[in-house]
Design a protein around this ligand. Structure first.
Ligand code: RIB
Ligand code: CA
Length: 320
């Protein structure tokens, strides 16, 4: 599998990259950096350092993308991941430097030069992907698959009751991407909460492995542990980006999915970035309200359930 990861590299974003690097069937073609979790330049450094920590420094190009959302003020999640996004670990600067080419152009060039070959994992706000498809609409068909971590499946968000971080930061970009005609699989925050938790015991087992990557994981995850303790009273952590990556690497993790119509609210106040996910449990919308007309065709495969124990094993094994 030839893979690009679009990432706001901090915390779990790093672990998702490690998962991809650990998989023998994956050729990681590029990391592209999008605005999101922490200061943009920090995220570029975090991506470079993660590659170095995995012994891949200098082997995978890193491209800087769009440093802020299309229409909204920037928003970060440093309160979860630390100011540097790495639990304020003060890692040294990696030797590898970012490429001169813009991430949006790198995505377009890689995808258009290799039609039907490239899978893209979008684990950040969708600014880079939205602008890439605006600049070159043919990437929607030329990309083999677009995996997105974002949104909710009609459940509680993690920024507002209605919205998840990646979509909330740049709802206009998210809307553009879901309307562009990509072959989308969606891993939501709702699924993340249900199935991606590394418990305190899981995290202790990782720490006890005492490998370079387990130490990296434990150090980078420390702020999320502290956040979880303060907010929820336990030290388990959620791993949305790793879950999305694990699903794309191994379909057998997925135990239920549904083809859905996914739409992103851009006009709402309370519902800014709410992701409306159609459901077979609902009546046909033209019957429920004729004014709505017939629903459009599904535009995404929404992952509904995964083998959570297997996910935790896969993540742990990647750190051995
Ligand atoms: O809502 C989860 C997403 O936003 C993840 O991609 C994580 O990086 C976060 O901040
Ligand atoms: Ca992310």
């Amino acid at each position: 599998m030839r893979l690009i990861i679009d990432t706001d590299t901090a915390g779990d974003d790093c672990f998702s990259v490690l998962l991809a690097l650990a998989h023998p069937g994956v050729k990681l073609e590029a990391l592209t950096i999008c605005n999101g979790n922490v200061a943009f330049e920090r995220q570029v450094e975090n991506a470079l350092y993660t590659l170095e920590a995995a012994g891949q420094g200098g082997n995978i190009p890193v491209y800087a993308g769009i440093p802020k959302p299309l229409m909204r003020p920037p928003l970060d999640a440093a309160y979860v991941f630390g100011l540097d996004g790495m639990s304020d670990a003060n890692f040294p600067q990696a030797k590898q430097r970012p490429e001169a080419k813009h991430a949006v152009d790198a995505i377009i060039d890689l995808v258009m030069a290799n039609p039907g070959e490239i899978t893209l994992l979008a684990q950040a706000p969708l600014t880079n992907i939205g602008l890439a498809v605006a600049k070159e609409p043919r990437i929607a068909q030329a990309l083999k698959a677009l995996w997105i971590m974002g949104g909710t499946d009609n459940g509680l968000g993690n920024v507002t009751p209605a919205a998840e971080f990646n979509f909330y930061v740049d709802p206009e970009a998210a809307r553009m991407v879901f309307q562009a005609g990509f072959n989308i699989s969606l891993v939501t925050w709702t699924l993340t909460v249900a199935s991606s938790e590394m418990s305190e015991a899981d995290l202790a087992a990782v720490e006890a492995m005492e490998t370079p990557l387990s130490r990296f994981f434990t150090t980078v995850n420390a702020a999320a542990v502290a956040f979880s303790r303060a907010r929820y009273g336990h030290g388990g952590t959620l791993h949305p980006d790793s879950l999305a990556c694990a699903c794309l690497l191994d379909d057998s993790l997925i135990t239920a999915s549904e083809a859905c119509v996914v739409e992103i609210e851009t006009g709402g106040g309370l519902t800014r970035a709410y992701s409306s996910v159609s459901s077979s449990l609902l009546p046909d919308q033209e019957e429920a309200d004729p004014a709505l007309g017939v629903a459009g065709a599904p535009n995404a495969r929404v992952i509904k359930a995964v083998d959570s124990a297997k996910f935790r094993r896969v993540l742990t094994d990647a750190l051995r």
